[in-house]
Design a protein around this ligand. Structure first.
Ligand code: HQG
Length: 181
């Protein structure tokens, strides 16, 4: 039985693999992968009681497919704040996608468009329910934006699929509206 809760471990792995923190130097390749052994060593430096098995359980068992293990290397599948080439092919999105956020940000988003802010991409959900769950991190009663994704795609905006999310660089205001219950 692990002494560090899986959620805590997952948050720490996300921090390491999405943000390249200076305090925990890891060698990243251009696609955002690090050697699995280096990651295990880094995590054990912080949480000595954690085993390699505990780490792999979190990596492979993530409900949101936050991590990817490939050929002995591990990376985050989304959420990066540093430039990374995820090597994803662009996809045709569904007619609509959704973005959950705090109510007090909605006005600015409807004025400026959806921007990646501190990350490389804007993160979009395929369902209202998923977007509500994302938005609840910031607001108990979040604002949900509807993205007219098929029209955006037809205008040349590219969408990528990773884990349960869709990624895109930016969504201009003309493809956004506020979802009403
Ligand atoms: C906001 C978590 C003002 C945007 C989640 C969001 C997700 C603007 C914030 C995933 C803006 C960026 C990503 C504008 C965008 N004016 N605010 N023009 N444009 N914003 O954390 O989508 O559990 O980078 O609304 O569940 O909240 O960690 O993005 O509030 O799936 O795996 O700028 O991360 O997944 O915030 O979250 P974030 P997000 P995990």
């Amino acid at each position: 039985m692990a002494l560090v809760a899986p959620e805590r471990l997952s948050r720490f792995l996300s921090y390491l693999l999405r943000h390249q923190p200076r305090d925990y130097p890891l060698r990243f390749d251009s696609q955002g992968f690090v050697q699995r052994g280096d990651l295990v060593e880094m995590v054990q430096g912080r949480f000595p009681e954690v085993t390699e098995e505990d780490i792999l359980e979190v990596v492979e068992g993530s409900d949101k497919k936050r991590f990817e293990l490939r050929e002995g290397k591990v990376r985050a599948t989304y959420g990066h704040s540093f430039p990374v080439d995820l090597g994803l092919d662009s996809v045709e999105p569904p007619e609509s996608l959704y973005h959950g956020t705090a109510r007090d940000l909605a006005e600015s988003i409807l004025r400026e468009g959806l921007k990646p802010r501190g990350r490389q991409y804007v993160h979009l959900s395929p369902s209202v329910e998923d977007a509500i769950a994302v938005g609840r991190r910031r607001d108990p009663s979040p604002a949900i934006l509807v993205i007219d994704s098929q029209k955006a795609h037809a205008s040349g905006i590219r969408f990528f699929r990773t884990g349960p999310l869709f990624l895109t660089k930016e969504i201009p205001v003309k493809f956004l509206s506020l979802w009403e219950k």
